[in-house]
Write a protein that binds this ligand. Structure first.
Ligand code: ATP
Ligand code: MG
Length: 593
């Protein structure tokens, strides 16, 4: 299910009115445009309603015996101009309002993406990218259509209904007004009731739609895995099962729509018939002229044209509200890692790191790090080793504050990272992650990503340090080579070296290598290790490694097992204690000696 997570705080319940009011600031950003658009809307509607009145005058003047042969030219010209006025002011309103509408869509899309980037890693690991993208698209689209419907259909119709009501009430028998209004009330109630019932089908459709695209995206992202296990049919089946349910929901939605449409037609027909009966009998008994009959008829027909679409529009609005609800829920999701109000800028002078009794669990039910204390002196190389799953990468994630620790504190140069802004923290730490993912852009773009003010020379320098420049230079397109989605066109080792180059370019005070050379052969690795020593000369480097030969020279080595530090010291000391480290060391040495 999209957006559901056990750990993120549940969304607040929202109402449609609440949703709409949330949108209001986006629209109100262009006050004068909105006000003028409304004004033009009213002018256009006044002209629209005046058309049947003029028609009545024309009919009556043609029908009167005295002026039988005189063409009411003035009236006819006025009739034409009124129609033009309607069209003119409608267009003017559209032009004015387009900016409001599109700007709102633009603003909210940007805001949502910004929000998504502020959400925690936890949220992003649990979300389905495919569904989020769909929800984002549908949500912003819904904003545009909502504004559209409100401004171009609902409001004008309400104005028209009121105007027509006023004219009828002022000129004719109260019965006309009563019939028109009760028809409208019945019509609206019927539409609301049936539409609310139909909403379930639409919700099912939306949910299944998101689900299917998330399956499709996921299966495409895992293209290679799908092939490795011959699971094309399995993936297609998962996809088609969901789509089959979607088809059923869509069919139910369509069938019930016809039901609704027909019901609406019945209500309108009954209303119009009654009006015509009253008007005709008025003409017969002489209380109304032929012109009056034409006027009432024209007003009714004119009124029910938008009212007829009101049914469709109401449905669309409800759906748009549902889509928008998704989007707003997303915006309402609490951000897990927030800067304190009075967050300080982290100032890293020397780069000393302390973990003080840090405990952490991703989910409350399984503790991952248990009472970890590390003291990492500035400018030194410190290693963390230990079995897979021990929690090594987790230590890095806490240092970068992807998660807050449950207990204990992490200090950098005696400043608790909880009290510092995330921006300043992130600025000072470079990470070469265990699994490097690259943007589907050029190699240059990917390295320069660390600092987009850096020059080509800086990039080449960083690439040279990471021992990758030579390789890049040998490519036909050199630095302009596009790396493929997630960097898949490069080998594992090449990607790792690009990640190292990119980290170098960041010129951090603290650098974290998480298995940064695991995909390299020994020769390239030792070359990089040399460069790494140069790179990290005056910076604190935290190296997570499986291959112990790479960290043998570290100032201090922490051995992590099952979330606990069980040994620490330098290589020689750890060998002498004959603990886990020395066991791992002898296991790794065996094949080569
Ligand atoms: N987002 C997460 N949610 C829940 N559990 C997680 C999450 N990330 C990691 N874990 C669990 O936390 C434990 C420690 O993971 P971590 O990635 O720190 O291990 P590691 O020591 O780096 O292992 P490796 O050497 O294999 O990279 C693992 O058992 C893992 O399953
Ligand atoms: Mg790891």
């Amino acid at each position: 299910m999209p957006f559901t997570s056990r750990t993120e705080i549940p969304e607040k319940d929202r109402t449609d009115l609440g949703n709409i009011s949330k949108m209001f600031p986006y629209i109100w950003a262009f006050k004068s445009r909105v006000v003028f658009a409304l004004l033009f809307l009213i002018i256009a509607k006044l002209a629209t309603v005046a058309v049947p009145i003029l028609l009545k005058e024309i009919v009556d003047s043609l029908n009167s015996e005295k002026t039988l042969l005189i063409l009411p030219l003035g009236l006819l010209i006025a009739y034409g101009s009124l129609r033009l006025t309607t069209a003119f002011f409608n267009e003017l309103r559209d032009i004015l309002f387009a900016k409001v509408r599109y700007h709102a869509v633009y603003k909210i899309s940007v805001k949502v993406l910004d929000h998504l980037h502020k959400m925690s890693l936890r949220f992003h690991l649990e979300k389905q990218t495919g569904s989020i993208v769909r929800d984002l698209e549908r949500g912003t689209q819904s904003l545009s259509s909502l504004i559209n419907y409100m401004m171009f259909i609902i409001l004008p119709t309400i104005i028209e209904v009121l105007l027509v009501g006023a004219i009828l009430l002022a000129t004719y028998d109260i019965n006309f007004t009563l019939i028109i209004f009760s028809t409208i009330v019945i019509y609206v109630l019927f539409t609301l009731k049936v539409t609310n019932w139909r909403m379930n089908f639409r919700h099912d459709m939306n949910r299944l739609d998101s689900e299917s695209s998330s399956i499709a995206v996921d299966s495409l992202l895992n293209y290679e895995t799908v092939k490795y296990f011959n699971n094309e049919q399995y993936e297609i089946k998962r996809y088609s099962d969901v789509l089959f349910k979607w088809e059923n929901a869509a069919m139910q939605s369509m069938t019930t729509m016809s039901l609704l449409n027909f019901g609406q037609a019945i209500i309108i027909t009954i209303g119009v018939t009654f009006i015509m009966i009253f008007a005709s009998s008025g003409v017969v008994d002489g209380s109304m002229t032929l012109g009056d009959l034409v006027l009432v008829n024209a007003l009714m027909l004119q009124l029910f044209v938008p009212l007829n679409t009101l049914g469709i529009v109401y449905r669309q609005i409800i759906y748009a509200l549902a889509d928008m609800n998704m989007l707003l829920k997303l915006l309402d999701k609490d951000i897990e890692i927030v800067d304190k109000k009075d967050a300080q800028e982290l100032v890293v002078k020397s780069g000393n790191i302390k973990f003080q009794n840090v405990s952490f669990s991703y989910n409350n039910n399984r503790s991952i790090l248990k009472n970890i204390s590390l003291d990492i002196p500035a400018g030194k190389k410190i290693a963390i080793v230990g079995p897979s799953g021990a929690g090594k990468s987790t230590i890095g994630r806490l240092l970068f504050r992807f998660y807050n620790s449950n207990e204990g504190s992490i200090l950098i140069d005696d400043q608790n990272i909880i009290d510092c802004s995330q921006y300043s923290l992130h600025k000072n730490i470079a990470v070469v992650p265990q699994d490097t993912v690259l943007f589907n852009e050029s190699i240059f773009f990917n390295i320069q990503y660390a600092d987009n003010t850096s020059t080509k020379e800086d990039v080449i320098k960083a690439a040279t340090l990471a021992n990758i420049h030579h390789f890049i230079d040998s490519l036909p397109e050199k630095y302009d080579t596009i790396v493929g989605e997630r960097g898949l066109k490069l080998s594992g080792g090449e990607k790792q070296r690009i990640a190292i180059a990119r980290a170098v370019l960041k010129k951090p005070k603290i650098i974290l290598f998480d298995e940064a050379t695991s995909s390299l052969d020994s020769k390239s690795e030792s070359k990089i290790l040399n460069s790494m020593d140069t790179i990290s000369k005056n910076i604190t480097s935290l190296v997570i490694a499986h291959r112990l030969s790479t960290i043998k020279d570290a100032y201090n080595i922490y051995v992590l097992d099952n979330g606990k530090i069980i040994e620490s010291g330098n290589h020689d000391y750890l060998l002498s204690t004959k603990g886990l480290y020395s066991q791992m060391w002898s296991l790794q040495k065996e094949p080569s000696e």
